[in-house]
Design a protein around this ligand. Structure first.
Ligand SMILES: NC(=O)c1ccc[n+]([C@@H]2O[C@H](COP(=O)([O-])OP(=O)(O)OC[C@H]3O[C@@H](n4cnc5c(N)ncnc54)[C@H](OP(=O)(O)O)[C@@H]3O)[C@@H](O)[C@H]2O)c1
Length: 340
């Protein structure tokens, strides 16, 4: 089939490559020209604007958006509502909030244009392995794009999971679960590291990936990370979030569904960004107030507290001249370099 891929970032460009390899005709569209050149080199039809991309598709057209969620995606939907014709189809494959889907659908439906939402999982590995695709929308629209979905996904890796909104909602919960699983591994490995047995964490993750109950792709990635940097000394323990974890917890609160593991995993990420969390200072201060318990004074010259033990502050990872990490490894999520 033919479609336009709008947004040739880490996801959109690799998806374009996969579609081209599968024999589809792809009109490549991106704000900056470089990724379009790359796509054209791989066999795509290039375009310099959304208008040009739309003009290079034969009706009924399919336009796949792979741009940042929120204002950028909404602006593209708005623009497409003026460029496309009745019978055309827009698919939003970004990590949009599911509440945006009803609005986008309404805007396009007013012009007779169809809309589907696609939860896409697979990250930078999707090019090789395929992308897990969770579609929300009308079964007829789904049928229309099924051959492209088949190419993008691994075997049995795509499905229509419900009406418009259901694709992004399921991707949101998927990411909420991802937060929880990552937190569980991080805590467990932290405990192994503190144990007196000198565990080789790479070996343990490799071992657990062979038939154990907790084997998983995340654990395979942990194995890779420990292979590169056994103590993970090359990065700071600073963890970003990109929205879905928050929306998962908000939706759980709205529906009264208990999700303590997912909520804790999200809050732990917030904590990771605080160098010397106010909440922890307050805990120490209160213990000191009611029981005279020891506190570690801050490095400020005139601290209200006196050190009662010899130790100083916990320190951030030491300077490491050759970090095993780059801020953006091969398009992966950005990581903090080791302090320099
Ligand atoms: N990375 C993942 O693992 C992953 C997984 C599933 C879903 N997603 C979702 O997929 C979407 C794309 O993610 P990505 O990782 O490919 O992002 P990315 O690498 O940052 O690429 C973003 C793309 O959007 C374009 N863009 C950004 N701001 C724009 C604007 N104001 N106007 C026009 N174009 C703009 C960029 O164009 P330029 O090249 O000109 O900057 C680029 O093509 C996002 O919604 C993301 O949440 C990501």
């Amino acid at each position: 089939m033919q479609l336009a891929m709008v947004g040739l970032g880490r996801m959109g460009l690799n998806m374009t490559y996969r579609l081209l390899k599968g024999g589809h005709r792809v009109v490549a569209c991106n704000r900056s020209p470089q990724p379009v050149r790359k796509a054209v080199k791989a066999g795509a039809v290039g375009s310099r604007s959304l208008e040009e991309a739309v003009s290079k598709l034969k009706p009924p057209r399919v336009v796949w958006l792979m741009v940042p969620a929120g204002a950028v995606t909404r602006a593209f939907v708005e623009k497409l509502s003026g460029l496309l014709q009745p019978g055309d189809l827009v698919i939003d494959g970004g990590n949009s909030h599911y509440v945006d889907d009803a609005e986008n659908e309404g805007k396009l439906a007013a012009k007779g244009i169809r809309y589907m939402d696609a939860g896409v999982s697979g990250g930078i590995w999707g090019l090789k392995i395929g992308y897990c695709l969770m579609l929300g929308g009308d079964p007829k629209a789904f049928k229309r794009v099924e051959s492209a979905l088949k190419t993008l996904a691994p075997k049995d890796g795509y499905a229509l999971v419900g009406p418009v909104g259901a694709g992004h909602y399921s991707k949101m919960v998927h990411n909420g679960i991802e937060y929880g699983m990552m937190q569980a591994y991080a805590e467990g490995f932290s405990l192994l590291k503190a144990a007196p047995y000198g565990y080789d964490l790479r070996r343990i993750s490799a071992l657990w990936n062979q038939g154990s109950v907790v084997r998983s792709w995340l654990l395979e990635l942990a194995e890779e990370a420990f292979k590169r940097d056994p103590e993970l000394k090359g990065l700071k323990g600073y963890v970003e979030d990109s929205g879905e974890g928050r929306w998962t917890v908000l939706s759980a609160i709205e529906r009264g569904v208990p999700t303590p593991a997912l909520a804790t995993a999200l809050f732990q990420r917030f904590y990771s960004r605080e160098k010397d969390a106010f909440a922890n200072r307050m805990l120490a201060a209160l213990r000191n107030e009611f029981g005279g318990h020891a506190v570690l004074p801050s490095r400020r010259p005139r601290s209200a507290y006196r050190a009662e033990r010899g130790g100083g502050h916990a320190v951030l990872p030491s300077r490491r001249p050759r970090s095993a990490y780059r801020a953006e490894r091969g398009g992966g999520h950005s990581m903090n370099r080791a302090s320099r």
